[in-house]
Design a binder for this molecule. Structure first.
Ligand SMILES: *[C@@H]1O[C@H](CO)[C@@H](O)[C@H](O)[C@H]1NC(C)=O
Ligand SMILES: *[C@@H]1O[C@H](CO)[C@@H](O)[C@H](O)[C@H]1NC(C)=O
Ligand SMILES: *[C@@H]1O[C@H](CO)[C@@H](O)[C@H](O)[C@H]1NC(C)=O
Ligand SMILES: *[C@@H]1O[C@H](CO)[C@@H](O)[C@H](O)[C@H]1NC(C)=O
Ligand SMILES: *[C@@H]1O[C@H](CO)[C@@H](O)[C@H](O)[C@H]1NC(C)=O
Ligand SMILES: *[C@@H]1O[C@H](CO)[C@@H](O)[C@H](O)[C@H]1NC(C)=O
Ligand SMILES: *[C@@H]1O[C@H](CO)[C@@H](O)[C@H](O)[C@H]1NC(C)=O
Ligand SMILES: *[C@@H]1O[C@H](CO)[C@@H](O)[C@H](O)[C@H]1NC(C)=O
Ligand SMILES: *[C@@H]1O[C@H](CO)[C@@H](O)[C@H](O)[C@H]1NC(C)=O
Ligand SMILES: *[C@@H]1O[C@H](CO)[C@@H](O)[C@H](O)[C@H]1NC(C)=O
Ligand SMILES: *[C@@H]1O[C@H](CO)[C@@H](O)[C@H](O)[C@H]1NC(C)=O
Ligand SMILES: *[C@@H]1O[C@H](CO)[C@@H](O)[C@H](O)[C@H]1NC(C)=O
Length: 697
């Protein structure tokens, strides 16, 4: 109280006497210069402004009280390495200390025990080891503690939860193994424990929590009464644990939930009826579990913006109630057992960006005679591995404006919940910036190397579902802002556009209108019965990176204009009836012979007399042609090095960093998108590419 009055007095003083405002006192300046000297930097003098001829309160990263006492130090992202030096001990009045994004190692030093005035301590993204120091228990003013992305071990001490000021605790991306008992009632509001090794049942003791992230741990079960502890919760993620059993219906009591993610577990049984109907739910992700039952009669809330239930064993038809989701942006029902005709009811949802129906039993044409609806924002449509048939009319595609956009990477945003009744929470969902996602950027390198050997055998053939929900889970981006609290959760690659109609029974010619898709990156029409020539308008798809037309009945010459597709790095025209000479260009000469084999009349480089013609049709898998995986055999040793490099930048995309599944995700085209985003990789990947090609030969 006394100090409070003291500060209040000083505040008044500083208003009355602006002249003395913020004059750094001498001994503070010396302590700072002493500190500067004792810090190890990996780059020369990032603290140039720390210069004795100027007022130390004006130095970068320094915050003073009005009487010149240093109370805030922000040395984040200053290439500081080595242990935390003892010269910090002079600053025991600190209220805010930010050392995030350096490579500081060692443990939190003992003299930190004197920093009991700290309100915010941010050590995120360093190499700090050891357990959580016990003296933090004495930091009665601590509001924010961020130790994420370090190597903190052991248990999460129980006292941490009873700190009465603490509102944000981020311990994600460490090596924590348990929550120490007994768990007290706690008023912490933001709790992020993702990417540790926590086990057992999901704990329920945080009734005030608005944000709860338990993803990427080893939790095995959800208590039946979980909903009683989620009444204030807006964001709840249990994704990527080892959860078994049913989804407790009590979750529906969490009436404020905006984002619920239970994906990538082994949850079974039916989807509780109340769940999809939860009024304020904007994002529901149940993908990659073992859920069963028919979804034909599921009632969904009209507030849904993202619905992901792909990768389960759900049957029945596409629920009619989806028609009222007029704000739906992402629909993923791929990899289930849904038997239905093309869901024309979706045609009226003009907000859709991502539609994934792949690997189900959809049948029939994809035209909707009774609908005038359009999909002007569509970016990704994946209908692969179904029984769709019929011809595709060019007119059908005319309304997919986003794919025709000429500017790169539109910055359109999804605002989660803006339209709802909710007053206190507006969250923004961005389909734009390719940046770090909800995992650890440092987790990464070593784990990837360790995991490498077990994935070394995987080939692209096994990852034919490269664009299933595992891509999307980490692709979608959420920035959450509530009162004074801003959190970025997950991000997407906005510029990504894909059409995958592969392995169906589509027939007729490929409409020349496809050339209007000036923003399309990936086009896969393989394994159908398309006939006629490859339209020369293909060359208008100026950013196309991956083109697969293999295993159709295409005839005629390869249009010479195709050489104009300068971004094209994957091409497969094999097993058609193409004739004539393969166009020559620098780029075409980089494609392997397998891009062209199986076309009797085709000749020229890279085909040789040996592999020119007369190839038997490829073997089939389960009655379908195999994915053309043989083109993608890759030297995993080389790639994992790239992965580590990317991860080291703290920038990663999709499940790239999720070492466990990254091989599934790997896809040549995606790789090239990385190139666009991180042009600095060009050189390294260039080298790597060569190796891939050598491998293929
Ligand atoms: C400190 O900064 C001033 C002005 O920016 C400059 O003139 C002076 O040389 C600097 N002194 C040192 C010791 O770097
Ligand atoms: C620490 O600095 C980083 C930027 O370098 C910033 O994003 C973060 O919010 C800061 N932490 C605190 C507690 O202010
Ligand atoms: C760290 O600083 C570098 C350059 O100084 C900048 O490019 C990078 O974005 C910064 N990172 C963070 C997390 O602020
Ligand atoms: C504190 O700062 C003074 C200079 O003001 C310095 O002589 C002293 O060594 C510092 N103490 C520590 C523990 O670094
Ligand atoms: C904490 O501060 C007190 C007084 O300022 C000092 O005597 C003591 O040595 C400090 N403790 C540590 C561990 O630095
Ligand atoms: C992190 O710290 C450990 C020791 O605690 C050390 O062996 C390792 O090299 C450090 N890693 C980096 C990237 O500095
Ligand atoms: C907390 O502070 C009290 C009194 O200031 C002291 O006796 C106790 O040892 C401190 N606890 C820790 C863990 O530093
Ligand atoms: C916690 O830290 C991780 C890694 O630093 C970060 O990705 C995540 O967004 C943070 N969580 C919250 C709620 O801010
Ligand atoms: C938590 O709070 C509830 C009611 O508010 C109370 O019944 C219970 O005993 C408390 N538990 C602990 C461990 O303090
Ligand atoms: C999924 O459910 C089926 C029965 O419905 C069961 O046989 C199978 O073992 C389950 N798989 C997992 C991974 O739980
Ligand atoms: C898929 O659905 C069909 C009927 O629609 C059913 O006969 C079949 O058993 C289902 N398959 C699985 C694996 O559930
Ligand atoms: C489609 O549009 C036409 C005229 O624009 C209208 O007459 C017709 O009723 C519409 N059909 C549907 C199914 O909305």
């Amino acid at each position: 109280m006394k100090t409070l009055l003291h500060y209040f007095f000083l505040l008044c003083l500083s208003i009355l006497l602006p002249a003395v405002h913020n004059q750094c006192i001498k001994d503070q300046q010396q302590s700072l210069l002493h500190l500067k000297k004792s810090l190890q930097f990996d780059q020369p003098s990032p603290l140039i402004s720390w210069n004795s001829s100027t007022d130390c309160c004006s130095w970068v990263g320094v915050t003073c009280t009005s009487n010149g006492h240093v109370v805030g130090l922000d040395l984040s992202n200053k290439t500081i390495s080595g242990p935390i030096p003892g010269s910090f001990a002079n600053f025991s009045n600190l209220r805010v200390l930010n050392l995030s994004s350096n490579t500081i190692s060692g443990t939190v030093p003992g003299f930190f025990a004197n920093f009991s005035n700290l309100r915010e301590l941010d050590l995120r993204g360093n190499n700090i080891s050891g357990p959580i120091p016990g003296f933090f228990a004495n930091f009665s003013n601590l509001k924010l503690l961020d130790l994420s992305e370090n190597h903190i071990r052991g248990k999460i001490p129980h006292w941490i939860w009873s700190s009465n000021q603490l509102s944000t605790l981020n311990l994600s991306c460490n090596d924590l193994v348990a929550l120490e008992a007994p768990l007290p009632n706690s008023t912490v509001e933001t709790v992020d424990l993702h990417s540790n090794q926590l086990q057992g049942q999901i704990p329920t003791f945080l009734p005030s929590a608005k944000y709860l992230d338990y993803s990427r741990n080893n939790f095995i079960s959800i208590p039946l009464n979980i909903g009683d502890f989620l009444t204030k919760t807006l964001f709840f993620s249990l994704s990527s644990n080892n959860l078994h059993g049913l989804i407790p219906a009590s979750i529906c009591k969490a009436s404020n939930l905006q984002i619920l993610n239970l994906s990538n577990n082994s949850l079974s049984g039916m989807i509780p009826q109340c769940l999809t109907a939860m009024r304020d739910l904007n994002v529901l992700n149940l993908a990659r579990n073992n859920l069963t039952g028919s979804i034909s009669n599921v009632e969904v809330t009209e507030d849904l913006q993202i619905l992901e239930i792909g990768g389960n064993q759900l049957g029945g038809k596409v629920p009619k109630s989806l028609a009222k989701c007029t704000m739906l942006e992402v629909l993923n029902i791929g990899k289930n057992n849904i038997t239905d005709s093309f869901p024309c009811l979706l045609k009226n949802i003009s907000t859709l960006r991502v539609v994934i129906l792949r690997s189900n039993n959809f049948y029939g044409g994809i035209e909707c005679l009774n609908s005038n609806g359009t999909w002007p924002k569509l970016q990704i449509i994946d209908l692969a591995h179904n029984n769709f048939s019929g011809e595709i009319q060019g007119i059908l595609w005319r309304t997919w404006r986003e794919m025709m956009a000429t500017e790169n990477g539109s910055l359109s945003k999804i605002v989660v919940g803006s339209h709802t009744r909710r007053k206190f929470f507006g969250s923004t969902m961005t389909f734009s910036s390719p940046r770090s996602v909800n995992f650890c950027s440092r987790e990464t390198y070593n784990q990837c190397l360790a995991a490498k050997s077990s994935y070394a055998k995987s080939s692209y053939a096994k990852s034919s579902d490269a664009y299933d929900s595992s891509y999307l889970e980490y692709g979608v981006s959420v920035t959450v802002t509530s009162k004074g609290l801003e959190m970025e959760l997950v991000k997407i690659i906005s510029i990504f556009t894909l059409i995958d109609f592969s392995s169906n029974n589509f027939s007729g010619p490929i409409p020349k209108e496809i050339g209007e898709f000036k923003s399309l990156r990936v086009l896969n029409l393989s394994g159908n019965a398309f006939i006629g020539e490859i339209p020369s308008s293909f060359s208008n798809m100026s950013v196309l990176e991956s083109l697969d037309l293999s295993q159709n009945k295409l005839s005629g010459h390869i249009p010479p204009q195709l050489v104009e597709l300068t971004f094209l790095s994957f091409l497969d025209l094999s097993y058609n009836q193409l004739v004539g000479r393969i166009p020559t260009s620098n780029q075409f000469s980089t494609f392997p012979p397998s891009s062209f084999t199986g076309n009797k009349g085709l000749w020229g480089f890279p085909l040789t007399v040996d592999n020119k013609a007369g190839f038997p049709p490829p073997p089939t898998v389960n009655g379908r042609p195999p994915n053309s995986g043989h083109h993608h055999e890759v030297n995993w040793d080389l790639i994992s090095a790239e992965i580590g490099f990317i991860a080291g930048f703290g920038v990663a995309i999709g499940s790239l960093v999720l070492c466990k599944r990254w091989s599934k995700w790997y896809y040549r085209a995606m790789y090239n998108i990385l190139l666009k985003i991180f042009p600095q990789l060009e050189e390294r990947i260039g080298i790597h590419r060569k190796h891939v090609h050598i491998n293929q030969r």
